[in-house]
Design a protein around this ligand. Structure first.
Ligand SMILES: Cc1ncc(COP(=O)(O)O)c(C=O)c1O
Length: 446
């Protein structure tokens, strides 16, 4: 009889760098994730399959919290829902102490449904429908305002509810990152922020209590955060002096890199991507110097990718193999860009579930879609892969499960490997019923 699976006391990740005997090249083998054999995962839950590691999620959160708190005394982590809004993932980060960072009515509803109180929600985003904006005001959410039109909406809500509303301002500025994400919030260098602040003060319905800046994503220059922190701090002091407001928080948004390898970065992530400790040091140094070690504003971080990416894996299976016209080998997988939106920008780590004989050669990995752009990896270096071989792609935890498409195929199961090794489904595979539920066939077409 087969022995029930038992998690080893020390997590043994049997990820091997194996040397091919003939070619001498290195190849990656991963037989298990958090001690659970890949074969067993596929047998029980099917392929393709997204797998998340609860241990990695919690470890990364605790690591980042310790890292930032060891440099700066007042830090809040706010979980960026858009990065991955599966209930189980959000719940884990909320249990660890993160508030919720949301950018739409849908995300706001999702956070509230999970039991996050309004005051633990940060509401960003360039379009906040009037109804949800009012709900957010009434529930005490922190609203970071993106545009003058939103200020007008909020002034109206303030009139309706008879209260003064405390808001944050989204700021865009030159931090040395190009192209600049200047579509969010108000520009600092042009003086727009100050004229908006004067307008807010004159309206006397709103009061600014925070400043926010999200520079972009996968930012490889820690110094850019130092510049952002410095400029926000200076702006905060100016607003306090000129308008008598008390700026309680500086929110530096997200954008911290994971260990993904962006296309165009030709160095391995360990070499080409600065460690997160450098980001923490630079931010803290700017804030501590700027505050002269008194009246520390709360530092808010909306880290998404760097928290969740490496906790996510996708197991996919080779369904067929062919030669392209130029002789290159191609494999058709059961997962493509429909599930892996980030394949357009990043190279995944590709591991094979078992050791395979044969010399590696360059090959292309395609997904199952009828589109030429359905390329998971253009140029992988792999040995011959028999039909049915499982590949493990990572890191895939960020942005894939929010941007995946229901296109041509059903979306697969997502499982979570718990800290004691139990595996649980956190999102069921889609069925025909799920996909057609919202369709209506007019009478005359029946
Ligand atoms: C306002 C805001 N905060 C946080 C994030 C999370 O960014 P990242 O996943 O790059 O850390 C985003 C992502 O676009 C964002 O728009």
């Amino acid at each position: 009889m087969k022995k029930p699976y038992q998690k080893p006391s020390i997590i043994k990740l049997r990820v091997g760098l194996l040397r091919d005997k003939k070619s001498g090249l290195l190849r990656m083998v991963r037989r298990e994730i958090d001690g659970v054999p890949v074969k067993d995962l596929v047998r029980k839950f099917g392929s393709p399959l997204f797998v998340f590691s609860e241990k990695r999620l919690r470890d990364q959160f605790r690591y980042l919290r310790r890292l930032f708190e060891s440099h700066y005394p007042r830090v809040e982590f706010s979980w960026s829902y858009k990065t991955n809004y599966l209930d189980a993932i959000c719940r884990i980060f909320h249990q660890e102490g993160a508030s919720a960072e949301v950018v739409s009515d849908f995300e706001y509803h999702k956070a509230r449904r999970l039991g996050v109180p309004g005051e633990n929600i940060i509401f960003n985003g360039p379009y906040k429908p009037r109804e949800i904006l009012k709900q957010a005001v009434l529930e005490g959410a922190r609203i970071n305002v993106d545009s003058m039109d939103e200020i007008l909406d909020l002034e109206e809500i303030a009139r309706e509810t008879g209260q003064k509303i405390r808001i944050g301002l989204r700021i865009n500025m030159d931090t040395g990152i190009y192209p600049r994400w200047d579509r969010f919030g108000f520009n600092l260098e042009s003086g727009e922020v100050l004229s908006v602040a004067r307008r807010i003060a004159a309206g006397d319905r709103l009061e600014v209590m925070g400043l926010h800046c999200h520079q972009g994503t996968f930012i490889l220059d820690p110094e850019a955060y130092a510049r952002a922190a410095e400029k926000l701090l200076r702006l905060a002091r100016k607003l306090e002096e000129e308008f008598g407001w008390n700026i309680e928080y500086l929110d530096l948004g997200g954008g911290f890199p994971s260990r993904s390898r962006p296309k165009g970065l030709y160095l391995p992530p360990e070499v080409g991507i600065p460690p997160l400790s450098e980001y923490a040091e630079r931010i803290a140094r700017s804030l501590l110097l700027g505050t002269m070690a008194r009246d520390y504003p709360l530092l808010v971080l909306e880290i998404g990718r760097a928290l969740v990416d490496e906790a996510g894996f996708l197991i996919t299976t080779v369904r067929s193999t062919k030669r392209l016209a130029d002789g290159r080998r191609a494999h058709i997988l059961d997962a493509g860009v429909n599930l892996l939106f980030t394949a357009f920008w990043y190279h995944f780590r590709i591991e094979i579930e078992r050791e395979l004989p044969g010399p590696p050669e360059p090959c292309t990995l395609y997904g199952p879609l009828c589109m030429n752009i359905d390329v998971v990896e253009e140029n992988a270096w792999l040995p011959p892969l028999p039909r049915g071989t499982h590949l493990i792609l990572s890191p895939v935890g960020a942005y894939n499960l929010t941007q995946w498409m229901q296109f041509i195929t059903y979306r697969p199961r997502v499982v979570l490997i718990g800290e004691s090794g139990q595996v649980e489904v956190i999102r069921e595979a889609e069925t025909l019923e799920d996909v057609v539920r919202r369709e209506r066939l007019p009478e005359h077409l029946r």
